[in-house]
Ligand binder design. Structure first.
Ligand SMILES: O=C(O)CCC(=O)C(=O)O
Length: 332
């Protein structure tokens, strides 16, 4: 049995338990004969109220929802780092999947593992893995996304940005909206850290509030081998000194808006840095398969014409999104 009242208390107790280990906590709303502890759930953690003998009586809601303050911060700043994170066990599963993905794709730069969630030959030059689709469909992550794009959620992309130690490519400053084909332009990206992502190994950097004008700025072409993308926003469009570094521990994540100006420095450190960028659009937008990414010279080969879509929540409000294209059954 689930108990929604419990979630708020569980949030407060979480940090306490994280430092003191499993313990008994009492909440005012529960009788003294009950105790509270944290157990690993399928992904992440769940809180249980049990009787003194340990029989579970109540479960908390999974902790995947954004708090009101997190939603407000996303609206204001264009990004947020939620309280929610993956469990260590889940991170370890995903790291194995990452190593396997890299082994499957010896000829692809690890910063350019596009559509990594499509198992086998994905038609975009990468042999993907279902483990990333599982992550992208994780109900708790989808619930986070719902908090900012609403209840009708389409998964349309997943890009693994793995920057090897010492020679990981820079991601130039850019806006995702410059490249993407959904109209009206709307998207939330969830960037999940599989390894520590810090200033020295090239963590994601954002320009807070840059999404607010809902405008796209010019991107200049840059012909260099050592970039994740071959386009960069002209430096006079924004003030880089105001950038915020999003440092994350393994399992933590950040969400950012489609108009947000962001990038990442090259990784010259001795530690690899990997983020899985999961892309979700509201089903009030149409995924326009006829639109190409800007001028086709982005440095990442993508094929929107055959990109599969998954309706993960709600309904397709446009009535025009095609959920058959690109799926295994229609590719055979
Ligand atoms: O991880 C990176 O270097 C860049 C990620 C990015 O640009 C994105 O997720 O939109």
């Amino acid at each position: 049995m689930r108990d929604n009242r419990f979630t708020a208390d569980a949030f407060k107790a979480r940090n306490y338990l994280a430092t003191s280990g499993p313990t008994v906590l009492r909440f005012r709303s529960y009788p003294r004969s009950m105790r509270v502890f944290c157990v690993p759930a399928r992904h992440g953690e769940q809180w249980v109220v049990s009787d003194v003998a340990g029989a579970p009586l109540r479960y908390s809601e999974p902790m995947g929802k954004l708090a009101a303050s997190e939603i407000a911060s996303y609206r204001e700043q264009g990004w947020v780092k939620p309280e929610f994170r993956l469990s260590d066990a889940r991170v370890s599963v995903m790291r194995d999947a990452l190593d396997d993905l890299i082994r499957r794709n010896p000829g692809v730069r690890p910063e350019k593992l596009v559509s990594a969630h499509i198992e086998g030959d994905n038609g975009e030059g990468v042999r993907g893995s279902a483990a990333f689709l599982d992550l992208a469909r994780d109900p708790e992550i989808v619930d986070l996304v719902s908090g900012v794009i609403g209840d009708d959620v389409i998964l349309w992309g997943c890009h693994v940005f793995c920057k090897p130690a010492e020679h990981g490519y820079e991601t130039p400053w850019h806006q995702d909206g410059h490249y993407w084909p959904m109209r009206p332009l709307a998207n939330c990206s969830v960037w999940v850290a599989l390894e520590a992502s810090t200033k020295d190994n090239g963590c994601l950097r954002v320009m807070p509030g840059s999404h607010r004008p809902r405008a796209l700025y010019d991107h200049l072409h840059e012909d260099r081998e050592d970039l994740t993308l071959n386009q960069r926003m002209s430096p006079d469009t924004f003030d880089e000194s105001l950038a915020v570094d999003i440092e994350l521990e393994p399992g933590e994540m950040s969400l950012h808006d489609v108009y947000m100006i962001h990038g990442a420095r090259a990784n010259t450190s001795t530690r690899r840095r990997t983020g899985v960028a999961l892309r979700y659009m509201p089903a009030t937008s149409l995924f326009r398969r006829d639109l190409k990414p800007s001028d086709g010279k982005t440095g990442v080969a993508v094929n929107f014409a055959n990109r599969p879509l998954w309706l993960l929540k709600g309904v397709d409000r446009t009535g025009w999104n095609d959920f058959t294209v690109g799926h295994r059954s229609s590719r055979a």
